[in-house]
Design a protein. Structure first.
Ligand SMILES: Nc1ncnc2c1ncn2[C@@H]1O[C@H](COP(=O)(O)OP(=O)(O)OP(=O)(O)O)[C@@H](O)[C@H]1O
Ligand SMILES: Nc1ncnc2c1ncn2[C@@H]1O[C@H](COP(=O)(O)OP(=O)(O)OP(=O)(O)O)[C@@H](O)[C@H]1O
Ligand SMILES: [Mg+2]
Ligand SMILES: [Mg+2]
Lengths: 324, 387
């Protein structure tokens, strides 16, 4: 069964500036997509075990591991695709090399392949993802959806495009064949790249630049997830003033609430109002820039620390706002 | 689990003013405020009368503009409108240019052109893991040599690349260096140097097989590129690793001070703790921890619970809703403040000896010289982070 969120999409790639909440949003998105009885694979490709920490489970092995159940019998299965393990699996699958692995490791070849060789690491990561999306059992796709906690915006286009670049490095052979079939998955209407951002200048700028780059490379842009939105507590009218809520208003308000309207308290609340107005104006300005891009937006609230409960809360918010 | 004694106070002005402070390195995990802190400290030191240069890495566009920087600047230029007798020069690291210049200054034009055109070099200089860190260190080394030769600056402030872990700044250059000088490269480059060495010579059960596999997997063209590249570089300067080691030593000099920046979030504070452990191991001088973007409790006693009860009461009465909204905001900041303090206390428990400074979360982002001055003032102010 396919999820009715983002209809027709089976591969969700979640990118964004470092620290904006890619791992958090990818995890919440996986829960949202699983809601209603779907099986969703959540893949980590940057080797930080962020997903395990978030779901409060032991470090993920290379194998697929169930980390959460979603409402109405859905489930989220997570996998940390470690580059080294991927290289070894790769050598086994395509070259039937079983013993060479250890030796390769000794001379630094695995290091080379996983951290330094241009794109080889990315080829492995995207290859593994493409394989998961395509995998079928009894004529059915194994996964209703695959969500990837992807590299940051600055690297995402290169990362996803690596397979088309591979063509120029290796003209024939199994790598080339695999690269081509991965590119077919990534460029198909079944794939979307989502961008996570905060309503601040730098992450918004990265999102704008990232979307331009993705579009130039004909990679499918999905939705923008605005993360950690602060609630707006003021009316437009109040926001238009320098001091949104005056000392006089606060004094009589506090009295009505039965609190002593002492000077320091009144002043502190007044200042909190001024600060809040500045932040809200900044948020709105940045939001306008995002809205001008013509990409669907999902807004997620700033939580007081993210725990498992918070993750379900974010998932619900996604279910409520996702394009269908 | 609040620690019994508060951490010592980070004497920022003492650090910036002291003629013994020659290099300040701002480290921390991604997005915590390294660039902002580096620029704010550099400006503050300049306005104390010192001659300062700041090396920034990918600053926010508006901030760069306000310091008079544009994308093409890979050399320091004067920032206008510095108060007092000091001066501030600023630059933005261009990693590819820095690498290109490194190649150009160490070889004849023909050799240089050969390297610059090599596809492997192009990939390495523009996108590889660790290149930005390597070039940041390289640039720091250059600035220091220039400064010493021509008596240009009293203080060099360096920002570090937006890597996920602060440790990358220390590790990546050497990792890249050892890789480029390493065994694997030697094996790859062996055959071109003559028969009987390199791949062909490597026998023994696993290795022969492994080398074959490498060739197969990577494709021979890439190997040829790598091998030509490494040979060309070898003759340009002796060893990447050695060069990385040399700049690394600058970081251990007594005139160097590390400032670790962290946001009051569990991940950032955990990273900061690892990083401080590491500085201690490597005998690198740590000046203090900056907790940036803290929510500070206002200086009056209304608790979050009291504020929420009062807000409820007003909302039920349907009047004074604007006061109710402010009380809710107040309750939110009290709660954030408590949670952030709890997180910061974990750092204090792990490293009670490390001085701490606090910069509150400003309502607006920091995008001009005024904003930098404000951050500098706040950092120097010794604000209490608990209520
Ligand atoms: N909606 C939210 N409300 C509050 N805190 C959040 C929210 N989303 C994320 N965070 C917090 O922000 C921090 C960064 O989130 P996360 O690790 O998901 O980001 P990331 O983009 O994956 O980071 P990295 O680039 O390091 O991989 C974490 O401490 C997380 O708990
Ligand atoms: N105390 C503060 N209050 C409000 N905003 C701040 C504060 N410190 C930094 N910022 C803002 O946070 C954003 C990130 O800061 P900055 O660029 O300094 O972080 P960084 O650690 O250098 O990030 P990166 O790892 O991406 O290089 C900027 O928009 C900056 O204006
Ligand atoms: Mg992450
Ligand atoms: Mg920065």
């Amino acid at each position: 069964m396919a999820s009715d969120l983002w209809p027709g999409v089976r591969l969700h790639i979640v990118t964004g500036k470092g620290g904006t909440g890619k791992t958090t949003v990818a995890s919440a998105l996986a829960l949202a997509l699983a809601t209603g009885g779907n099986r969703v694979l959540l893949m980590e490709v940057e080797g930080r075990q962020g997903i395990a920490q978030l779901f409060d489970v032991p470090p993920l092995p290379y194998d697929e591991t169930r980390v959460a159940v979603a409402p109405d019998r859905g489930e989220v299965i997570a996998q940390a695709v470690d580059a080294e393990a991927a290289v070894l699996e790769y050598l086994r699958m395509f070259y039937n090399i079983k013993r060479g692995g250890t030796a390769l490791k000794k001379i630094g070849a695995i290091d080379f392949a996983t951290t330094i060789a241009p794109g080889l690491r990315d080829v492995l990561m995207t290859g593994k993802t493409g394989e998961s999306v395509r995998r079928r059992e009894n004529g059915q796709p194994v996964w209703d959806a695959v969500v990837m906690d992807a590299p940051p915006t600055g690297r995402i286009t290169r990362f996803l495009n690596v397979n088309s670049e591979v063509g120029s490095l290796t003209r024939v052979g199994p790598i080339k064949n695999q690269a081509d079939s991965v590119m077919r998955v990534i460029r198909s209407p079944e794939t979307m790249v989502h961008l996570v951002t905060l309503l601040e200048e730098m992450p918004v700028q990265e999102t704008v630049d990232g979307i331009t780059e993705l579009r130039e490379s004909e990679l499918p842009v999905g939705s923008i997830f605005i993360n950690m939105q602060q609630p707006e507590e003021l009316s437009d009218d109040q926001l238009s003033r320098d001091v949104p809520v005056s000392a006089a208003q606060l004094s009589s308000g506090l009295e009505a609430a039965g609190l002593p309207a002492a000077e320091p308290l009144v002043q502190a609340l007044e200042e909190e109002g001024v600060g809040h107005a500045v932040r809200v104006r900044l948020q709105r300005r940045e939001r306008e820039r995002l809205e001008s891009l013509g990409v669907p937006i999902v807004g997620l609230p700033l939580l007081d620390g993210v725990d498992l409960g918070g993750l379900y809360e974010l998932a619900e918010t996604i279910v409520a706002q996702a394009p269908r | 689990m609040s620690p019994t004694t508060p951490a010592p106070i980070f004497d920022v002005d003492g650090l910036l003013r002291s003629p013994d402070t020659r290099i300040i390195v701002c480290c921390g995990s991604g997005g915590v405020g390294k660039t902002t802190t580096a620029a704010a400290m550099a400006l503050r030191a300049a306005e104390m009368g010192r001659r300062v240069v700041v090396l920034t890495i990918d600053p926010a566009r508006r901030l760069a503009q306000s310091m008079g920087l544009n994308h093409l600047d890979n050399t320091p230029r004067a920032v206008p409108d510095i108060a007092g007798d000091g001066s501030l020069d600023a630059m933005m690291l261009d990693m590819k240019r820095t690498f290109d210049e490194l190649v150009e200054t160490h070889s004849d034009p023909e050799r240089a052109a050969q390297v610059l055109e090599n596809p492997f070099y192009q990939a390495l200089s523009s996108s590889f893991a660790g290149t930005q860190e390597y070039m940041a260190m390289e640039k720091l080394g250059q600035l220091q040599r220039e400064s010493e030769a021509e008596d240009l600056w009293d203080l060099i402030v360096v920002d570090t690349p937006p890597s996920r872990s602060a440790l990358d700044f220390l590790d990546a250059p050497q990792r890249l260096g050892s890789f480029l000088d390493g065994k694997f490269i030697r094996i790859l480059t062996g055959p071109a140097k003559g028969a009987g060495r390199g791949l062909g010579r490597v026998v023994g059960a696993g290795l022969g097989l492994a080398a074959g596999a490498v060739k197969k997997v990577l494709g021979t063209e890439l190997l040829v590129d790598v091998s030509t590249f490494v040979q060309a570089l070898d003759s340009i300067f002796g060893g990447f690793r050695q060069r990385a080691d040399e700049t690394y030593r600058i970081l251990q000099q007594p005139g160097t001070a590390f400032v670790v920046v962290a946001a009051p979030e569990p991940d950032a504070v955990r990273e900061a703790t690892y990083f401080v452990d590491r500085l201690t191991e490597e005998h690198m001088p740590l000046a203090g921890l900056v907790l940036n973007r803290m929510t500070l409790p206002p200086g009056h006693g209304l608790s979050a619970e009291e504020a929420l009860v009062a807000a409820d009461r007003l909302e039920k009465s349907g009047e004074h809703l604007e006061t109710a909204a402010m009380l809710r905001l107040h309750a939110d900041s009290m709660r954030s403040s408590a949670r952030q303090n709890h997180v910061a206390d974990r750092f204090t428990a792990a490293h009670p000896e490390v001085a701490q400074g606090v910069v509150p979360a400003l309502a607006d982002d920091v995008h001009d010289m005024e904003g930098l001055r404000e951050v500098g003032d706040l950092l120097a102010e010794d604000l209490p982070r608990t209520g």
